[in-house]
Write a new protein. Structure first.
Lengths: 122, 107
């Protein structure tokens, strides 16, 4: 069974850094496409970043340079490193495994983690 | 970046009704569109990808259509568990933008 267990959220002050973790079971991250998506309280979904099975990464323009997606193949974990956090980064952050394969829909999120809340406030 | 505009933003309907939600892209995206359903406190659930392909396990009362810039998600006969918020997302290019969501409420 595919599951994604998330951790690392919490309350931080503006300007601080935080690293979120996404630990799957039932599949290997190095063979997968993994997305991060966030949702501010009471708001809609916002795509954050993706890491491909071949290691390529893409980030949303508004988070480019502050957020970095990576993975540790030996631990089978995907990370979202967030720096210079702002109050507007307050959100539930979801990791999600995409469909994979070779078709265009390989990047569509299919299995989602439970989400982790990040609160940026002084 | 390609933007997506959903309409309506909210919708009231009754069990058994047929409802249609629209998603319009700011430029052509072929069929690179997915639809998600989200209930409060839960992660989104994939319903449709490639504009019209139903994800495995999704009831057949859900259907997607469209290509280019105009897309629709139709629920043929609303069930109580369908009252939720629906989002479209394109995967034509980066960033993979979501629509702003359509909240489907019980009338």
């Amino acid at each position: 069974e595919v599951q994604l267990v998330q951790s690392g959220g919490g309350l931080v002050q503006p300007g601080w850094s935080l690293r979120l973790s996404c630990a799957p079971s039932g599949f290997i991250v190095s063979n997968s496409f993994i997305n991060w998506v966030r949702q501010a309280p009471g708001k809609g979904l916002e795509w954050v970043s993706i890491i491909y099975s071949d290691g390529r990464t893409f980030h949303a323009d508004s988070m480019q340079g502050r957020f970095t997606i990576s993975r540790d193949n030996s631990k089978n974990i995907v990370y979202l490193q967030m720096s210079s956090l702002r109050p507007e980064d307050t959100a539930v952050y979801y990791c999600a495994r995409a469909r994979g394969g070779n078709a265009a829909h390989k990047t569509v999120s299919e299995y989602w983690g439970q989400g982790t809340l990040v609160t940026v406030s002084s | 970046a390609i933007q997506l505009t959903q309409s309506p933003s909210s919708l009231s309907a009754s069990v058994g009704d047929r409802v249609t939600i629209t998603c319009r892209a700011s430029q052509g995206i072929s069929n690179a569109l997915a639809w998600f359903q989200q209930t409060p406190g839960k992660p989104p659930k994939l319903l449709v990808y490639d504009a019209s392909t139903l994800e495995s396990g999704v009831p057949s009362r859900f259907s997607g259509s469209g290509s280019g810039t105009d897309f629709t998600l139709t629920i043929s006969s609303l069930q109580p568990e369908d009252f939720a918020t629906y989002y479209c997302q394109h995967f034509n290019s980066y960033p993979h933008i979501f629509g702003q969501g359509t909240r489907l409420e019980i009338k």
